[in-house]
Design a protein around this ligand. Structure first.
Ligand code: AMP
Length: 220
């Protein structure tokens, strides 16, 4: 079963995808994580990619489709994939349909997580992760129990994404509304689109997503 999680930055796609991964035995593919890993590994295109991410703009469709096309061939994607942050344009959505078709597969559902822009800005500009174990925190909504110490592993080092500044977040939201939202009618026409309210509490959003996935599992 293949799923797409769609939604603006900060809507909770990543955390919800992790939960689905465990519950349904699927592989989460986050194109944002893949790009950040490429930048960190010293990829020759790293500097250019970093500039694109920090400007809140999209990396080219060509590069993203090539990246996903290679990745879905790997063994860990055999049971199905949760696409997190891909597709982000109608061209990417069409390319994904083609790639899956070539493998004799297709999408089972597209889950849209909706959220208000201002709530997203508040959420994203406060978030940080433990540099050692990856635990997620938020300055306002989910601080560490002891200031500066990870609750899970005790580390005192934390990562902040360079594109999580208010200015870049507003640009990323603009990019989402302009370039990614037009995908919604594309999937609605195919009868694949399910929308959930991402302003609700995390467990309630997870419950609604699971209900949508259960309603289609077995169909693809
Ligand atoms: P994310 O971690 O999903 O918020 O992605 C971070 C950034 O990576 C985005 O703001 C884009 O600059 C870039 N990016 C991630 N996925 C894509 C994609 N499918 N197409 C183009 N750019 C992407």
């Amino acid at each position: 079963m293949n799923l797409v999680l769609l939604g603006p930055p900060g809507a909770g796609k990543g955390t919800q995808a992790q939960r689905l991964e465990d519950a349904y035995g699927l592989k989460q593919l986050s194109t944002g994580d893949m790009l950040r890993a490429a930048i960190k590994s010293g990829n020759p295109l790293g500097r250019q990619l970093q500039e694109t991410l920090d400007a809140g703009q999209l990396v080219s469709d060509e590069m993203m489709v090539a990246m996903i096309s290679a990745r879905i061939e790997e063994a860990d994607c055999r049971n199905g994939v949760i696409f997190d942050g891909f597709p982000r344009t109608v061209d990417q959505a069409e390319a994904l349909d083609g790639l899956l078709q070539e493998k004799g597969s297709r999408l089972a559902a597209v889950i849209e997580i909706r959220a208000d822009d201002q709530a997203l800005v508040d959420r994203i500009t406060g978030r940080f992760t433990c540099a050692k174990c990856g635990a997620n925190y938020n300055k306002r909504f989910k601080p560490t129990a002891v200031a500066g110490v990870c609750d899970v592993c005790g580390s005192t080092e934390f990562d902040y994404r360079s594109d999580d500044t208010e200015e870049t977040v507003r640009k990323r939201l603009e990019t989402y509304h302009g370039q990614t939202e037009p995908i919604l009618p594309y999937y609605r026409r195919q009868g694949l689109l399910h929308s959930v309210d991402g302003n609700l509490d995390f467990d309630e959003v997870a419950r609604q997503i699971a209900a949508a996935v259960d309603s289609v599992s077995g169909s693809a």
